[in-house]
Design a protein around this ligand. Structure first.
Ligand code: IDP
Ligand code: MG
Length: 154
């Protein structure tokens, strides 16, 4: 069954000119892009989005990093998209991320690690509602689905 997941291309991806590279990886994997926008994040939304880290010493640095430039918000859809995208991102600490993953190929930091990806279908739904309204999603037929999936996977 198709799932949707949130990817945030962090300010470092934008400043380093990696937006195209990262989006291209998800496209080439076969994921379907259903929503995309560029925004500047605020303290209000970051306090909610990273609430699980609010007591960590690096929290102010993390928030500053996420506000340092605009971010690109994307919603990707596909069979088991949450897990597939998370595995493509690699480990949180980019120095431990395996080469071939996005973090493992493009970053060196536990904080400045290029992308955010949702960690479960439940959190993906919450995070997508945090950043997108229903009108942000573009409905269209993914005409190559029969070449990407078997009938029971679509
Ligand atoms: P995730 O992004 O892989 O889901 P989380 O634990 O949810 O990892 O952390 C959210 C973000 O907070 C990370 O992507 C990273 O930018 C930052 N972060 C997490 N752990 C550390 C740390 O130990 N040092 C610095 N930044 C961290
Ligand atoms: Mg996380």
């Amino acid at each position: 069954m198709a799932e949707r997941t949130l990817v945030i291309l962090k300010p470092g991806a934008l400043q380093r000119g990696l937006v195209g590279e990262v989006i291209s990886r998800f496209e080439k994997r076969g994921l379907k892009l259903v929503a995309l926008k560029m925004v500047r994040l605020t303290d209000e939304v970051l306090d909610i989005h990273y609430a699980h880290l609010k007591d960590r010493p690096f929290f102010p640095w993390l928030k500053n990093g996420m506000k340092a430039a605009p971010v690109i918000l994307c919603c990707w859809e596909g069979c088991e998209a949450v897990k597939v995208v998370r595995e493509m991102a690699g480990a949180t600490n980019a120095r431990k991320a395996v080469p071939g993953t996005i973090r493992g190929d493009y970053s060196m930091s536990a904080q400045e690690n290029i992308i955010h990806t949702s960690d479960s279908p439940e959190n993906a739904a919450i995070e997508l509602d945090r950043f997108f309204v229903p009108e942000d999603y573009c409905e269209y037929q993914s005409v190559l689905d029969p070449f990407k999936y078997s009938p029971d996977e679509i």
